[in-house]
Design a protein around this ligand. Structure first.
Ligand code: ADP
Ligand code: MG
Length: 684
């Protein structure tokens, strides 16, 4: 096994490498740029570029790439070599400051939602020095942002960085009002827990649905699913353990703080959690994690499925976005301390999150919407589609007392009594877990649990940061005009509870009563992507982003269109894949077996009759799917089209699936044209 401290970050141009490789003055000004957001000058960039190149060459790199996050949901890169010709026919390796800070990829094939006319193909990438560069596969990767010729953002990183700046500014105002003179910056920290499935590679290539859509469009349930709960935290099989070891090692080399790994609830499902970092770095780390999961699985003869719902009937995969606020001096602003009731500053930040989540629940819901995630949210395996906050009894009681003006005394933290003397005793957590809550306070951070496994975590964090920054700005305005800051802070918390306590819910989010109760409270219940996307165009939501300079109104409209388009494209590919499998694999297999069946026995007669009926049903349902898909393609209005795909195409897909899955259970294994759920879920 590798020496972990030695390999950790060995492929990263991190702080210690920079300190080593850069002249002292240059290092200092670069740090200023990174920490204070000061502008970068070209002279400095030249020196950094040269050092970066020398270091990259030592790591065996021959190329560099600007690495960015366009609106495709995945990262993009274009590799250029360092070579530069000389007069005598040889080359030298060069890399200038200009090449470091700016790139010009052709932007015409990236989604822009009509922002960029096709003739304005030019796009720019610009170095984001707050996330470290790294070497992978002989290429130096430089994290960048991506915008159009006209300066409109075409990526997920620019808005995220802007939202972090907003939050920093407003949180600092609050800290100053509480007398804090030492904190220089506040950033949001994120630790994204990532779920995934591993299946056998050979089997994967026998399923066109997995290949083209990432999920199974057909498949009868295996006799055993997750009902025994024997996979969750179960012993990790050797083949999976070997994969996880390699994965950890590659991630460590890339500076990703991979920490926890375990089996998840569904068979063949697993999870990896990193140690949290600054949001921006966490976003890049999560992209690398997903990429490495796919690659290392492949090297181990497996395929990593990151789709939100690869298999019907067993849990899908999500991501838990653990989120908090932290000062550059290392203080967690959401840490309640031992006596939360007396911690006015903590209560104020807590109140800001409560107000933000209630006010902008529509935007938070949109930030996790995707065709894949529609299968999970509200299906009693992931949180419901209704946003609410779990605070736990203790904090809820404190906030209630602030609201009513009662005097709250903190109860001393009690020790956990396990009743066995040899066991250590440890303090009891002040919040229990509530797995059903979409947005749970877990001791010193919030856990946003609605994210899909495949999604870019930048969007939800952009919404969260901006919404909280906005509320903090309002708080700071009030506090700055107040005579008594503490009294006013208490008043703000009181008002937050009075006006927004409807968002707090500590009960069972999966229950039917909650759906009804949430409706009475006026909370949004947006059950699908199509139902929630129009939230993006709500006046108050547009205003929030525009007010904070995150997006222009035009940029929001373009993102709305891209989201609708993505939804339609996803369902369309699913429909076309299903049709291909139906006409070329499934219907021929069922017919062939019907032909081969004799009628000598009762068994043969009965199965033959059943299958003939099912075969007709499959055929008719396939025809119906074909015609609704064709109709869907002709609809011009994006929202109408997406709505049609949701209402008609996904339902047609489901009808044909039901008939196929039933036929599968009546067919001999060797006649069935693709690996079954038993093969896929229990073979690794
Ligand atoms: P759980 O209670 O979910 O089992 P852990 O305490 O192990 O949790 O944390 C789960 C995730 O939350 C990890 O990725 C961890 O790094 C992250 N996390 C812990 N503290 C913070 C924080 N202050 N800010 C953001 N993420 C955090
Ligand atoms: Mg968790």
């Amino acid at each position: 096994m590798a020496n972990v401290p030695e390999i950790f970050g060995s492929q990263v141009f991190n702080d210690s490498v920079m300190k080593n490789k850069l002249p002292k003055e240059i290092y200092k000004s670069l740090k200023k740029t990174i920490e204070k957001g000061e502008d970068l000058d070209i002279g400095l960039a030249n020196v950094v570029a040269a050092a970066m190149k020398d270091w990259a060459l030592e790591q065996g790199a021959t190329h560099y790439t600007h690495w960015f996050q366009p609106l495709t949901g995945v990262t993009a890169e274009k590799h250029d070599s360092f070579i530069s010709p000389t007069d005598n026919g040889t080359v030298i390796m060069e890399f200038s400051g200009k090449e470091l800070i700016k790139g010009e990829p052709d932007a015409s094939s990236f989604p822009s939602g009509g922002l960029r006319a096709t003739f304005e193909a030019r796009g720019y990438t610009a170095w984001d020095p707050t996330s470290p560069a790294f070497v992978k596969d002989g290429t130096l990767y430089i994290p960048t942002v991506f915008c159009s010729y006209g300066g409109q953002t075409l990526d997920t990183k620019t808005p995220l960085l802007r939202s972090m700046e907003e939050l920093n500014r407003e949180a600092l105002r609050i800290l100053r009002l509480f007398g804090d003179r030492t904190t220089n910056s506040v950033s949001t920290t994120v630790g994204p827990e990532q779920e995934y499935f591993l299946i056998d590679k050979e089997l994967y290539f026998k399923r066109k649905d997995l290949l083209f859509t990432g999920r199974t469009l057909f498949g009868a349930p295996a006799p055993k699913g997750q009902e025994m709960d024997d996979h969750y935290f179960g012993t990790i099989k050797p083949r999976v353990a070997a994969f996880m070891r390699d994965l950890d090692e590659s991630l460590w080399k890339l500076g990703v703080l991979a920490k926890t790994k375990h089996n998840e609830v569904a068979p063949a499902q697993h999870e990896l959690a990193p140690i949290f970092s600054t949001t921006n770095v966490a976003v890049d780390g999560n992209h690398l994690t997903m990429e490495m999961m796919r690659r290392i699985a492949d090297e181990h003869g497996m395929i990593c499925l990151l789709h939100e719902k690869p298999f019907a009937g067993v849990n899908g995969s999500g991501k838990h976005n653990n989120w908090s606020l932290s000062t550059d001096t290392g203080r967690n602003l959401l840490d309640p301390g031992k006596t939360p009731a007396e911690n006015a500053q903590f209560l104020l930040f807590l109140a800001a999150v409560i107000v933000a989540v209630d006010e902008y629940q529509g935007l938070l819901r949109v930030s996790v919407a995707s065709a894949g995630n529609d299968h999970r949210l509200g299906a009693n395996e992931a949180p419901p589609a209704i946003i609410s906050i779990f605070l736990g009894d203790e904090l809820t009681a404190i906030l209630r007392d602030v609201e009513s003006g009662a005097n709250h005394r903190d109860t001393p933290v009690s020790a956990m009594e396990l009743g066995v003397h040899v066991l250590p005793s440890f303090p009891k957590d002040n919040t229990d877990r509530n797995r059903t809550s979409p947005f749970a306070f877990t001791g010193n951070k919030f856990e946003f649990r609605m994210l899909g496994s495949a999604q870019n975590i930048a969007q939800p964090n952009t919404v969260l940061n901006t919404a909280v920054a906005d509320v903090l700005a309002g708080f700071a305005n009030r506090l700055e005009g107040a005579e008594n800051v503490l009294a006013e802070a208490r008043e703000l918390v009181r008002e937050a509870m009075r006006d927004h306590k409807r968002i707090i819910f500590n009960g069972n989010g999966y229950s039917e009563e909650w759906t009804q109760e949430a409706a009475r409270r006026g909370l949004l219940n947006l059950s699908s992507t199509v139902a929630c996307l129009p939230q993006m165009l709500e006046r108050k939501n547009i205003d929030l982003f525009v007010r904070h300079g995150i997006y222009t109104e035009r940029e929001i409209e373009s993102r709305y269109e891209i989201s609708l388009e993505n939804y339609v494209k996803t369902i369309n590919v699913e429909a076309l894949t299903a049709l291909d499998m139906l006409s070329r694999d499934i219907l021929p297999a069922v017919s062939a077996y019907i032909d081969d069946l004799g009628d000598a026995t009762k068994y043969e007669k009965a199965v033959r009759a059943e299958l003939i009926e099912l075969c007709d049903r499959i055929y008719e349902n396939a025809k119906a799917l074909e015609s609704v898909t064709a109709e869907g393609r002709t609809i011009a209005d994006p929202l109408a089209q997406a709505t049609f795909y949701h209402d008609r195409v996904t339902t047609a897909l489901l009808s044909v699936r039901q008939a196929v899955d039933l036929a599968e259970t009546k067919m001999p294994t060797d006649y069935w044209p693709m690996p079954t759920y038993t093969d896929l879920l229990f073979r690794v």
